[in-house]
Design a protein around this ligand. Structure first.
Ligand code: NAD
Length: 460
């Protein structure tokens, strides 16, 4: 693994950045459909014309293969941008609403308008996708945007900062690189929207800062997504799907399965299938381009600590110099061990037997609401779990793949965040739905409610 080059020192953040960019919105520069489409085209070209540069940056930051970069980073953003470009004209239009008879004659409509300047703070695990997918919504909505990519994916952040000015309107779109100090300087300014993706601790800092200015936020927070494998499940299919979802980006995925609860009667059979699935999908993880690396030494150490929460049934090897953690199944894990109660964010999968689905439901009710919950089993079990559990998303015999369905809201609930995006929802998030009522000056029917309220008026 090539050591990461240290990120260049971040230039100081202009204290008037938000105010300067707001000017582009208030002047009307960003309002037209033509401007919005031009930005979406620019963003698309920024990706398609520099594919090999993005591939190299993501390989440096996370050891991602070109294929994984394409599928999990670039393709989703291109799809979002294509969809927004095709529909933005329609989305922008005012939508008529029926006014009540008592107000007639009158016309009412809802007009979406830009919120202003959006600050979009991204994490390191999908540093391109999680930065640019919300930007698509903000640009479609006619907002100005400041992107703050993660300092822990410095090659991707640097490339974004270098390329963006050539493809996007610099009067309205900026990239600001740097770490927590830079993010804090940005958060001290007044934004019209803050969209944050990352861990819960920083999520609270963002929410506090936003409250100072009453700025609306979207918080896309941590995962710790549980899996239930029922005794009615097709274990071979479940195992293959769980392994794929878990080992994408070496487990550094917010919607990755964090731990598996399994009906005790099929625990051993599931472990055998999971072992086979790992061998099938990652026969040589040390040398395979399809298997990623931990983002940093500090993260590797945190992930490796989880190995102490149980016994490795498969894997368990760590090579710190290579930032490598083997695909690992962990047995003998207590219900209150951090490997189960916290998000591991790495390729270690605890397998915890429970007495049955009732025990799983009871446990879920005590725990914070996850970003996603996945269940494998027959229809009646899945129907029940879909109804009685709460999570940002629910996968029936499938994990992670829901993020590829543009029409599904992507977001958390409770401890996993609030606000959801993708597709049309992204446009709505970054727009203000302005209520407009128009009443002709003649005839003056409103005179009926003007005081004094006489008996004659009451009868009407
Ligand atoms: P991170 O450390 O890269 O931090 C995220 C962003 O917050 C970065 O841009 C960083 O500079 C900024 N930041 C750090 N300290 C800050 C501070 N004190 N004040 C303001 N900003 C600060 O990423 P992370 O938090 O380690 O990301 C991993 C977490 O993100 C995991 O918990 C994961 O589940 C979550 N995540 C959620 C989603 C989702 O869509 N819900 C997606 C990906 C990751």
């Amino acid at each position: 693994m090539t050591p990461k080059a240290p990120a260049p020192a971040a230039p100081p953040v202009s204290p008037t950045l938000a105010a300067d960019l707001r000017e582009a919105v208030t002047s009307g520069r960003t309002r037209s459909a033509a401007w919005r489409r031009a930005q979406l085209d620019g963003l698309t070209r920024m990706l398609t014309q520099n594919l090999s540069l993005w591939e190299r940056a993501l390989a440096t930051d996370l050891g991602k293969s070109a294929d994984e970069t394409h599928v999990s980073e670039v393709a989703l953003v291109l799809d979002e941008a294509r969809h927004a470009r095709a529909n933005v004209g329609r989305w922008m239009r005012a939508k008529p609403v029926v006014a009540p008879l008592s107000l007639q004659p009158a016309l009412a409509h809802v007009r979406p308008e830009p919120l202003g300047v959006a600050l979009i703070i991204a994490p390191w695990n999908y540093p391109l996708q999680l930065q640019l997918a919300p930007v698509v919504g903000a640009l479609a909505a006619g907002d100005a945007v400041v992107m703050k990519p993660s300092e822990l994916a410095p090659a991707t952040a640097q490339l974004l900062a270098e390329l963006a000015p050539a493809y996007l309107d610099e009067r309205a779109v900026r990239v600001v690189t740097g770490g927590a100090d830079v993010a804090s300087a940005l958060l001290a300014q007044r934004w019209d929207h803050i969209f944050y993706t990352g861990g819960e601790r920083v999520g609270r800092i963002v929410a506090h800062a936003a409250a100072e200015h009453l700025t609306p936020t979207v918080l896309e927070l941590g995962g710790a997504c549980p899996v239930w494998v029922d005794r009615t499940a097709d274990l071979a299919i479940a195992a293959r799907r769980i392994v794929w979802a878990k080992l994408l980006n070496a487990g550094q995925t917010c919607v990755a399965p964090n731990h598996v609860f399994v009906d005790a009667s099929v625990r051993d059979a599931l472990v055998a299938e999971l072992r086979a699935a790992i061998a099938e999908q990652h026969p040589e993880p040390r040398t395979s381009p399809d298997y990623g690396r931990m983002v940093s030494q500090a993260h590797l150490e945190r992930v490796a600590e989880r190995l102490g929460d149980g016994t490795a049934i498969v894997g368990g090897d760590v090579d710190a110099a290579d930032r490598y953690v083997a695909p690992t199944l962990l047995g003998d894990v207590a219900l209150d061990a951090p490997a189960v109660t916290e998000e591991t964010f790495g390729p270690i999968l605890p397998i915890v037997p429970l007495a049955g689905v009732d025990a799983f439901v009871a446990l879920q009710r005590e725990r914070p609401k996850p970003l996603a919950l996945y269940a494998f089993g027959d229809r009646s079990v899945l129907d029940r779990l879909e109804r009685v559990t709460t999570s940002g998303a629910f996968g029936r015999n499938v994990a992670v793949a829901h993020i590829m369905v543009r029409g599904l809201p992507f977001g958390g609930v409770g401890a996993s965040g609030h606000g959801a995006y993708h597709g049309r929802r992204s446009f709505d998030l970054f727009s203000h739905a302005k209520a407009v009522l128009a009443k002709p000056t003649h005839p003056e029917t409103l005179a009926l409610v003007f005081p004094p309220i006489t008996d004659g008026k009451r009868e009407v």
